[in-house]
Write a protein that binds this ligand. Structure first.
Ligand code: LMR
Length: 413
């Protein structure tokens, strides 16, 4: 992976000291602040207050506040431990059957044959691989990203060699999608530019496109020569597996070329096992070049992806009883998030839009300084931009959470 780190100018490097053995080879590196979102995990863990509330990093939590391993995953892991005969290397593409089964789940039966698919280390690996492929095809090309977006998007895309440009997306006053503004901004993009889209359950806002809007995006991309790059990390945690996939399916059907990055971290609960995939749709004459470049980029980045989680997903998807159990577990998670959304929406009129949005996240209309005050005074841990992971709330804590937020609601940060 190429380095994203900032460095001092070359002149700051003390060649003389190095030559005499006294300098550091790392003297040009500037310390980086810890990732603000991931740092919340440690801050929350270190807080001794019993009533603390963790609505920070996007991991699912059940009513008891735990992130248990799916029952279907446990069974698949037992099966794997008993039957796996070898852990010898796979190629840079990982497990091709895993990517094909996942493609069928996402795009529908038969769709895998039309796509180049690879297993990746998590959705982040898929995003990075896609971004490096696009930067290799056209160095310095622009990628349009709606504001706000996942905090890791811009550094990841920039680090891969793309130029990140922002388009309007979210109307903070209305807590709603501003589709007109988004389309007006994208209409000004240049042919060859890329458009990053959240496939469902937008992170951090929870707003989604309807099917007509997906079609309008597809039409714009095709007409203006823009390439859609979809990030799909919460499949099944919004309106269900089919409904959450419907927009991406429609988009990929309607455009000549597309890239889709997928994460199994949340919908199979395999976070630290790092399970993801990438698919590329391209013209028939470009398939070999795209596939071989993806393999080459995977090889220099991680050689081949970790197998365990993908083997678990593969076994679940190809075993009808386990597949049904996984679908039921996922549906129960989505239903719990939906119930919490309704509780939040009913708790304060200013939170009413949350009831119409989907997925794990919502962006609260908080006043300046509120995130720090809520942490200090109530032990409530949320991202600095006011994003909450709704699944981090419990049936018992949701009213207390709304009451704590109420004095700070109304004005965006
Ligand atoms: C999140 O946004 O909280 C998750 O996607 C976790 C992460 O890696 O940032």
């Amino acid at each position: 992976m190429t380095s994203d780190r900032q460095a001092r100018p070359a002149g700051a490097f003390d060649d003389g000291a190095l030559a005499t053995g006294g300098g550091s080879h790392f003297a040009t590196l500037i310390p980086e602040a810890p990732d603000a979102l991931l740092a919340l995990i440690g801050l929350h863990a270190a807080d001794p207050r019993p009533g603390k509330i963790d609505v920070g990093v996007g991991v699912y939590r059940d009513a008891a506040g735990a992130t248990p391993v799916f029952a279907a995953v446990k069974q698949a892991e037992r099966w794997l431990a008993d039957t796996q005969a070898s852990k010898s290397y796979l190629g840079p593409e990982g497990d091709a059957r895993f990517a094909a089964l996942l493609a069928e789940l996402l795009f529908g039966a038969g769709a895998a044959a039309e796509l180049i698919g690879l297993q990746t280390p998590g959705g982040t690996g898929a995003l990075r691989l896609g971004a490096e492929l696009l930067a290799r095809a056209a160095p310095g090309r622009s990628i349009w990203v709606g504001t706000p977006t996942w905090a890791n998007h811009a550094p990841l895309l920039t680090g891969a060699g793309l130029v990140v440009r922002s388009h309007r997306f979210f109307d903070a006053e209305q807590s709603d999608l501003d589709f007109g503004a988004m389309m007006a901004d994208l209409d000004a993009a240049a042919a060859g530019d890329i458009v990053l889209l959240h496939g469902c359950c937008h992170n951090p806002t929870g707003v989604s496109f309807d099917l007509a809007q997906w079609e309008a995006i597809a039409e714009l991309c095709a007409r203006r020569g823009l390439l859609p790059f979809v990030d799909l990390a919460y499949h099944g945690l919004g309106a269900g597996l089919d409904a959450d996939a419907a927009g991406v399916r429609r988009l990929v059907e309607r455009v000549p070329e597309a890239v889709v990055a997928y994460s199994c971290d949340k919908n199979f609960g395999l976070y630290r096992d790092r399970v993801g995939a990438i698919w590329v749709k391209t013209q028939s004459g470009r398939v070999d070049a795209v596939r071989s470049n993806l393999y080459a980029l995977a090889r220099v980045n991680w050689s081949m992806p970790p197998d365990h989680g993908a083997a678990v997903v593969r076994h679940i998807l190809e075993t009808p009883a386990l597949r049904a159990e996984w679908i039921a577990e996922l549906a129960a998670m989505a239903a719990r998030i939906g119930m919490l959304r309704q509780r939040l929406a009913a708790g304060d009129p200013r939170l009413e839009p949350i009831g119409r949005q989907q997925g794990m996240f919502a962006l609260l209309p908080l006043a300046q300084g509120a995130v720090a005050a809520l942490r200090r005074e109530h032990g409530i841990y949320m991202a600095g931009n006011g994003r909450i992971n709704i699944a981090g709330l419990g049936e018992a804590s949701v009213d207390r959470f709304v009451a704590a937020c109420a004095p700070h609601l109304g004005q965006r940060q």
